[in-house]
Write a protein that binds this ligand. Structure first.
Ligand SMILES: [Zn+2]
Length: 424
């Protein structure tokens, strides 16, 4: 017996989800990347076939490799929460998943916007990693075949394209038909992270740009001098006369406070002092901000859905050392405040301190509770100091609220001015 309601609902979810996969294979001789993008799903969101082709083409031209950065710590996966800055309750507020995996000369970027909130990031990342490994295998094999003149470039292109279609079709099937990759199917839990530090951020949501959906694709600030009619809402691109859309909002952190155990900087920076830099921790937040070029490209698919959508990193994981399976985790709780800003509490966890009970850090599970209590306390108007003093981390240091740019001056979190302590 088939459930008559079930099928339409899962289909409906698939139709409101957009799954974008881009494989980028670097030709080691020429240094040139070949990008192969695929967009699946989204039939109810992407009403314009031309826009879909243009976005595929745009992903084909993105410098995927540059999104991986040069740092030894690279983002594996991030789940974003979203809201529309202009409160429009009819609009979907999807969850956004961004995953990256790199195998040899192959870079893979997967971006999924979906109503599903329960995909398990570990399981999802394992699949994406499998996809990049599989593709890398095919890329190497066909390169060898070209060298031996068994196949030509066109044949390789065809094989790579088919591989991409199969792999991205498979993950799409896993998510929407199989309903795999969910929270409850986390079979292989990795090491647990220990929370080493928390950051309180006051964040502004900046929306002051238009973006051209036409040929030039440029962004223009609202008060750009090129606009003919400065007063009204702008609809026409001053450069190419294409259609203008609002550009998706950007999150900008204004102020920051930290909390961490006494002397945490000394412990964290023991082998490498740069590990204790305040900017290092803020970096985990700035690194997971939705890349601007991706937000602008996705917006072209459906400005209706994406132009006013703010994306907040909720859960992320970074690999910090390729030789171990250690990773760094980020967990966020957030609220909108009355002045239209966001309050975020972000906890940073390291698996390398797992089961090192002599250290003053707290397990991730405890951290999740602390994190939630802090955000709830702030919502009820309590001060951070009061909330912390009645929490399990009541002996942790709370620093003074500082402007983001002022934390550059400090070489260690231990040196930051403490809340409630007057400077001499
Ligand atoms: Zn234009």
């Amino acid at each position: 017996m088939t459930d008559e309601n079930e099928i339409p609902i899962s289909l409906q979810i698939e139709r409101t989800s957009v799954n974008i996969t881009t494989f980028s294979a670097l030709n080691e001789e020429t240094g040139m990347p070949t990008n192969i993008p695929v967009i699946l799903g989204g039939d109810d969101i992407i009403t314009d076939e031309v826009a879909k082709l243009e976005v595929e083409e745009a992903f084909g031209q993105l410098n995927i490799q540059s999104l991986f950065g040069l740092s030894s710590e690279s983002l594996e996966s991030c789940l974003y929460d979203t809201f529309h800055i202009s409160d429009n309750s009819e609009k979907l507020t999807p969850h956004v998943y961004l995953l990256k995996s790199h195998t040899n000369s192959v870079y893979l970027l997967n971006l999924l916007t979906t109503p599903y909130a329960d995909l398990n990031l570990n399981s999802y990342f394992n699949e994406v990693e499998f996809m990049s490994r599989s593709f890398s295998g095919v890329f190497r094999r066909t390169n060898a075949q070209i060298e031996k003149k068994i196949i030509d470039d066109d044949k390789q292109d065809k094989i790579l394209k088919d591989t991409v279609d199969n792999l991205s079709g498979y993950i799409h099937y896993m998510i929407f038909q199989e309903r795999g990759l969910r929270e409850l199917v986390d079979s292989q839990a990795r090491k647990a992270a220990m929370m080493v530090l928390g950051m309180f951020l006051e964040v502004s949501v900046v929306s002051d740009e238009y973006v051209c959906l036409g040929e030039c694709g440029k962004t223009f600030e609202f008060d750009n001098v090129q606009f003919e009619n400065k007063e009204g809402e702008q609809t026409i691109c001053p450069e190419c006369k294409g259609r203008l859309s609002l550009a998706p909002p950007i999150l900008k952190a204004d102020n920051i406070q930290f909390t961490f155990p006494e002397n945490a900087g000394k412990i964290l920076g023991e082998n490498d002092p740069s590990e204790a830099l305040p900017t290092k921790f803020l970096g985990y937040f700035t690194q997971v901000a939705m890349p601007r070029n991706i937000a602008l490209t996705v917006n072209r698919l459906s400005p209706e859905h994406f132009a006013t959508l703010a994306t907040i990193p909720m859960k992320a994981s970074f690999v910090n050392d390729l030789d171990t399976d250690d990773f760094i985790s980020l967990n966020t709780n957030w609220r909108r405040t009355e002045d239209g800003k966001l309050f975020m509490f972000i906890s940073i966890g390291y698996t390398k301190f797992y089961e090192q009970n002599h250290l003053p850090f707290i397990p991730q599970l405890t951290a999740i509770t602390v994190n939630r209590k802090i955000t709830e306390g702030v919502e009820r108007g309590k001060s951070l100091d009061t909330i912390l003093r009645s929490s399990i981390i009541n002996d942790w240091v709370l620093t003074k609220k500082m402007k983001i740019k002022d934390i550059d001056k400090f070489n260690s979190i231990d040196d930051l001015p403490k809340f409630g302590v007057d400077e001499a």
